[in-house]
Design a protein around this ligand. Sequence first.
Ligand code: CXF
Ligand code: ZN
Length: 380
Amino acid sequence: MGSTAGQVIKCKAAVAWEAGKPLVIEEVEVAPPQAMEVRLKILYTSLCHTDVYFWEAKGQTPAFPRIFGHEAGGIVESVGEGVTELVPGDHVLPVFTGECKECAHCKSEESNMCSLLRINTDRGVMINDGKSRFSINGQPIFHFLGTSTFSEYTVVHIGCVAKINPLAPLDKVCVLGCGISTGLGATLNVAKPPNGSTVAVFGLGATGLAAAEGARIAGASRIIGVDINPKRFSEAKKFGVNEFVNPKDHDRPVQEVLAEMTNGGVDRSIECTGNIDAMISAFECVHDGWGVAVLVGFPHKDAVFKTHPINLLNERTLKGTFFGNYKPRSDLPSVVEKYLSKELELEKFITHQVPFSEINKAFEYMLQGDSLRCVIRMDA
Ligand code: CXF
Ligand code: ZN
């Protein structure tokens, strides 16, 4: 046991006091981990759109003050009661959705939607005792997604922690905690494009580019990027995207354009925008007989998916996925290995890096649409 185990730790955290206002680096107190929890020293974290979305308080009003952040790499500092599979010093990725290994979902080979630890964007406390582990002068500061990685130390349920190869550089693999694994898994685990096939990717942000990276790894020959922003196209080439379609360049539905380009439809499509019309196009652009469309992007609350049922009767398949169907604890270590074996490239996703003291710049880059991932170094 290290000298800090069982003690309250004082450290720096970026606190969101109010929606949409710059984060403030504060000294916070981080309580020791309770049963089935671990306290982590975060070394690197990266910014995802979901942090920005909830920081802006879009769609709902999250509790403030809050510590955002859910993509990160760190080291176990201490463990709570009953924790046997993690020890101080282990290298880990915290994850915004968990794997309890005991519920019906965790026991099923087909699901990663753990009943106990599935993503909860409203909860700002630990499930163990309904309390926060963060405070400033006795005032509780709320958690976000059970991870709150914009802090030098954080407390996470062990079901939301993937233990990884200690040889993996945390400044790179920290980006595997959310969108990039989601896009990659959508292709490799769900769409499963055969070697030599044609894949369309709708939306060329980090998740869509990770879906394209998956198509490249799977050996797809044609990877068609679909985006209404032509600026995305040059960057997408690095991810194996070799053809582009901008729906704005055409006066007919993009699914018709894609069907014409591909002799009847693409073999697989992956939708990473969350726009309902793009979802429908992504489904209707797949070839009859064998085409599979996978929905990844998060839709508007009032969205309704509308298509003629004959599209399904003609043997097209529509699927959806959450976190690329990866079970966080069981499967993320193997994604890290894919990076270590150079099968998966992560460097090209990391467009920006900032020291923790400049974390607000990461928000600016993302809001301006300049960054795929901005990695934040905690000790600087
Ligand atoms: C997303 C996953 C879909 C719901 C919103 C949050 N995950 C993390 O960014
Ligand atoms: Zn995310």
